[in-house]
Design a protein around this ligand. Structure first.
Ligand code: NAI
Ligand code: MG
Length: 356
């Protein structure tokens, strides 16, 4: 299979962790006989420095000519004083909107060797394995009017039936490849948009008789994520609820450096990136944890290319390296061997090649 992949390293540890992910993808291509072509493009602070803006036309063109994109992270103290249209984060918001990436997918899976660093009790965090599917291009963050006067402020929460249908369908399709359960999170006791959301879920679920559906109010969901996170398989929700719940869920695994994410649409194109930021405090030291970036690459294999076997092999290789006790400084602990970003990627590749 020939695939064109845009690589946007970005700022801080972005280049280090994306390089690790690219090396792993090269190993996947060798092992399974695929051809992955990588084209590099600038985003965030890197793009501001080179082109004077966080999302240059050159980068958009490279993405348009590719099948999927891998992104590192953006931002850093160097650009903190810029006006908002010239801030690195603007590049991320703009690229998601530009490519209509309405589905944000964030898996949260407990790592056995890291259960000790979870803020939850080990027996609660163990076996957590869920995916949060968040609507990313509509809702309160985008609704008009958005206004400010000295005595009041307005934000608008609007969802169309079509916007709800397409995100709900994505969630059903993901649930089919997993445990087959969807929890739709809303605030239907108060919000009109949530009532519509619930109606659409009820309509769409008839097309997926193999998937179990439950409705849950967002406040209940926030509690359940702490008291019984194992009960979730796929959570689907609107933009703001998803923003909050996915950050809440992200702490369960014990390290930011472990969590991948995807922002996709229905034709296969997607942008894959770690949940963490550019970590300026450890940038350029070859000690960042590349796990989130490598698992983001695995999500690309799965969601953009349909390469499920290859994706599973990468996930297993990462799990194997962690089980062998190798780690980066952020997840160091008793009996563990701390190695560099590059060495961690090399271990993953060795494991991947050994699995034959
Ligand atoms: P951060 O995620 O960059 O770092 C938080 C803490 O976690 C730091 O101590 C960092 O060293 C550590 N950390 C993060 N990723 C790690 C990894 N892979 N390996 C080891 N340790 C890791 O969040 P922070 O400090 O709030 O933001 C730093 C910059 O990143 C800011 O400019 C912020 O705007 C930007 N940012 C960018 C995001 C993105 O590109 N998607 C998301 C969040 C923040
Ligand atoms: Mg957030």
């Amino acid at each position: 299979m020939v695939k064109r992949i845009t690589v946007m390293p970005g700022d801080g540890i972005g280049p280090e962790v994306t390089e690790a992910a690219v090396e792993v993808l090269r190993a996947v291509a060798r092992r399974y006989g695929h051809a992955f072509q990588f084209t590099y493009a600038a985003i965030g602070g890197d793009a501001i420095d080179q082109y004077g803006k966080p999302l240059p036309d050159e980068t958009i063109a490279v993405c348009e000519a590719s099948d999927a994109a891998l992104l590192g992270a953006v931002g850093g103290p160097k650009w903190d004083q810029q006006p908002s249209h010239l801030r690195p984060e603007r590049g991320l918001l703009d690229i998601r909107k530009k490519f209509d990436l309405f589905t944000n997918i964030r898996p949260v899976k407990a790592v056995p060797s890291l259960l000790g660093s979870s803020p939850l009790k080990e027996e609660v965090a163990r076996e957590v394995d869920m995916v949060i599917v968040r609507e990313l291009t509509s809702g309160l963050y985008f609704g008009e009017p958005k206004q400010r006067s000295p005595k009041s402020a307005v934000d608008t929460l609007v969802y169309t039936r079509a916007e709800i249908e397409r995100i709900v369908d994505q969630a059903f399709q993901i649930a089919r490849t997993r445990k087959g359960k969807v929890t739709s999170v809303d605030k239907a006791n108060v919000l009109e948009t949530s009532k519509l959301w619930r109606e659409v879920v009820e309509e769409r679920m008839t097309a997926y008789p193999d998937v179990e559906v439950e409705h849950m109010l967002v406040d209940t969901a926030a509690m359940k994520l702490i008291t019984n996170p194992r009960s979730f398989d796929v959570i689907v929700t609107e933009n703001m609820f998803g923003d909050i719940l996915s950050d809440e869920a992200s702490v369960i695994t014990g390290s930011l450096g472990m969590l991948p994410s995807a922002s996709t649409r229905t034709d296969g194109f997607g942008i894959y990136e770690p949940v963490h930021g550019s970590a300026p405090d450890i940038a350029g030291q070859n000690k960042a944890n590349p796990t989130a970036a490598i698992l983001s690459a695995a999500m690309m294999l799965k969601y953009s290319f349909g390469l499920h076997t290859e994706a599973a092999a990468v996930e297993e290789a990462v799990a194997g390296v962690l089980e062998d006790g190798y780690c980066t400084g952020d997840i160091a602990g008793e009996g563990k061997r701390v190695i560099s970003t590059g060495a961690f990627a090399a271990q993953v590749i060795e494991e991947l090649e050994r699995e034959f």
